[in-house]
Design a binder for this molecule. Structure first.
Ligand code: DX5
Ligand code: ZN
Length: 223
């Protein structure tokens, strides 16, 4: 398999010093994150509120790491493209909230970003197989979206395996990402199930040295 990608989630970082927190995973070598995961929540799609486009625009100016924006918001058909236009590397919308997922993917790509589709733990993959052809990444949620620090839901691994088979046999150019409860105890099972990119919030920013946590997680995922 290809080198596993690690995307620290700044949801577990200190919001008063986001630039420095990203710099902590932007070193060189193994300690460097592949992407930085930015959780956008609107207090409607999920019961929590975080940050939006103005903050993302500032982060884009302050780091050269690719930003992986995870939009846990209603009406992504209206809001998602702004993140792509601002320069986000990957913009992920929730299938449950999207009125026209294919149109969103087209808009995101036209604006120069990769397009991501996310499904909550209870959402079936089967309903989005056709839409997935238009996407670059599939973000499988392994906790209910809304908060960091929750426990990994092992039953989503079946969905990851199904997605892996679908991508490999259908020759889809889709990268499989997992988000929620990824840490030293869970990352190996996720890797075995076929995940390409691992989001980790508390496991990175709860560690004494976030950069070293990135390196350790990547090494475990590759084992
Ligand atoms: C949860 C967010 C996650 C969160 C993961 O809704 O989408 O990205 O930061 O946090 P951990 O890794 O602590 O479960
Ligand atoms: Zn997320």
């Amino acid at each position: 398999a290809a080198r596993p990608l690690i995307a620290p989630s700044i949801l577990s970082a200190d919001f008063a010093r986001l630039g420095a927190e990203i710099d902590a995973v932007a070193g060189s070598g193994d300690n460097r994150a592949d992407w930085v995961h930015v959780d956008v929540m609107d207090a409607h799609f999920v019961p929590n509120l975080t940050l939006g486009l103005p903050v993302v625009e500032s982060l884009l100016k302050s780091t050269d790491l690719p930003l992986d924006c995870h939009l846990m918001i209603e009406d992504p058909d209206r809001w998602a493209v702004g993140y792509a236009e601002a320069g986000a590397y990957n913009v992920t919308v929730h299938a449950e909230a999207a009125a026209d997922p294919v149109a969103i993917a087209r808009d995101l790509r036209a604006a120069g970003a990769k397009a991501g589709l996310s499904i909550k733990p209870g959402t079936a993959l089967e309903d989005y197989v056709e839409a997935l052809r238009h996407y670059d990444t599939l973000l499988v949620m392994s906790v209910e979206p809304g908060f960091g620090g929750q426990s990994f839901i092992p039953s989503v691994l079946d969905k990851v395996r199904a997605a892996r088979r679908m991508v490999d046999t259908g020759h889809l150019n889709v990268l499989i990402e997992i988000d929620g409860g990824i840490n030293a105890d869970t990352i190996e099972q996720a890797a075995e199930a076929g995940v390409d990119c691992f989001v980790a919030g508390s496991a990175v920013y709860g560690a004494g040295d976030p950069g070293r946590a990135v390196a350790a997680l990547r090494e475990q995922a590759a084992a």
